[in-house]
Design a binder for this molecule. Structure first.
Ligand SMILES: [Zn+2]
Length: 251
């Protein structure tokens, strides 16, 4: 049986039978994979893994089951410690997003690097981590080569003259002239002034973390835009459980 060493981050652990675990593992080489760690829960010296830690894993290749088999591990880095629960929730959201993406083999390494730099960046974010999550979301979709630009009109693709109206059908923002188009009206949603400002500032949002005061309205509006943006580029609907946790920090 061929042995591999894969570098990756544990996203999730599921108890399997009396004594085993299935690990959901974001690997640099193969993207998200599942690992069967046999017997690790019953041994005298129980082996424990921690979510959002990076490991160098010794594994043998999957057979019919599609599960890689755990052999051994070394701990590389800890990405699970954050200044507050909201920032931790943003980290979880980012990893859940990745686990829902269908990616091709040439994207695994860049996605892995982006994920690590996201988690690393969040360690220093003590307010408004959701803004960094949104930036990560947009970067991830662009990286996958599926995302059109969010700073151009989703209908005519011209550079946006404002960031005021979402087109729910096309999953993007509308320019002033496309807004006038009557056939489109029932799918348009006007954004709050602050939502527009946040979207306009998105490329440099990291410099504005301490000054922006988001309310539930902005959080709902921008999440809606990003969900529609995702839906327009993927075949399945995006449903992030951890995003509802993150949203609870914005009243
Ligand atoms: Zn337009």
């Amino acid at each position: 049986m061929k042995k591999h060493r894969l570098q990756g981050i544990i996203l999730k652990q599921i108890e399997y039978s009396e004594s085993s675990l299935v690990l959901r593992f974001l690997s640099k080489e193969f993207g998200a994979i599942s690992i069967l760690a046999k017997g690790v829960r019953k041994q005298a010296e129980k082996i424990q893994f921690t979510n959002l830690h990076e490991y160098d894993m010794g594994l043998s290749e999957p057979k019919e089951s599609g599960l890689w088999l755990y052999i051994d591990h070394d701990l590389l880095a800890n990405y699970s410690t954050y200044p507050n629960p909201a920032t931790w929730a943003a980290a979880e959201c980012g990893m859940e997003l990745i686990s829902q993406m269908i990616t091709s083999s040439d994207e695994h390494a860049p996605i892995y690097e982006l994920a690590k730099s996201y988690l690393d960046y969040l360690k220093r974010v003590d307010s408004n981590a959701i803004l960094i999550f949104w930036r990560f979301f947009i970067r991830m979709l662009r990286l996958g080569g599926v995302g059109s630009r969010l700073d151009s009109c989703c209908v005519c693709h011209k550079s946006l003259d404002n960031f005021e109206v979402i087109d729910l059908q096309h999953g993007g923002l509308l320019c002033s002239s496309c807004r006038q188009d009557n056939s489109n009206h029932e799918n348009q949603q006007k954004l709050s002034e602050l939502s527009s400002q946040v979207l306009r500032l998105m490329p440099e949002i990291a410099y504005h973390l301490s000054e922006i005061r988001l309310s539930r309205r902005e959080v709902a509006e921008i999440n809606l835009l990003l969900e529609r943006y995702w839906d327009s580029h993927h075949k399945q609907t995006l449903k992030l459980k951890s995003l509802s946790v993150l949203c609870q920090f914005y009243a």
